[in-house]
Design a protein around this ligand. Sequence first.
Ligand code: FES
Length: 144
Amino acid sequence: MENKIKRNDFLKSLGLKGASLMAIYCGASALSSCQNESEVAPSGAVDFTLDLTNASYSALNTVGKYIIYNKVVIARVSTTSFAAVTQICSHEGQAQVMYNGSGFSCPAHGATFSITGTRTNNVSSKDIAVYKTTFSNTSLRVFS
Ligand code: FES
């Protein structure tokens, strides 16, 4: 992976230094690539409720399906249970974690995790953050 030119090296090669470099890094706050990937996990405490009658979340009415909301991957793992983990991989911080039907995985380098966030191979040395869920009628609450 070291064959990719780093953004900082690229900008320096353009002759940008000091304040002008910081302006590019931080002035364009709308650019998500300006953020450190390891710091883009759901900020603060996670606590939201999804209405599964809403078409945006209706995939969660089917066992084996998942959605991503607020950088949280939420999967319907059985008729009565859900699993929710951060979308941010514990390996190199890429926001690519997805549900694979039996657990969570990150296609960036192949890290795999159980539905409880425990790593299940040696790609990452750390587990991923997991969130609690409660389900009532059509409301699914996901929280820290
Ligand atoms: S960042 Fe997810 S496997 Fe490397």
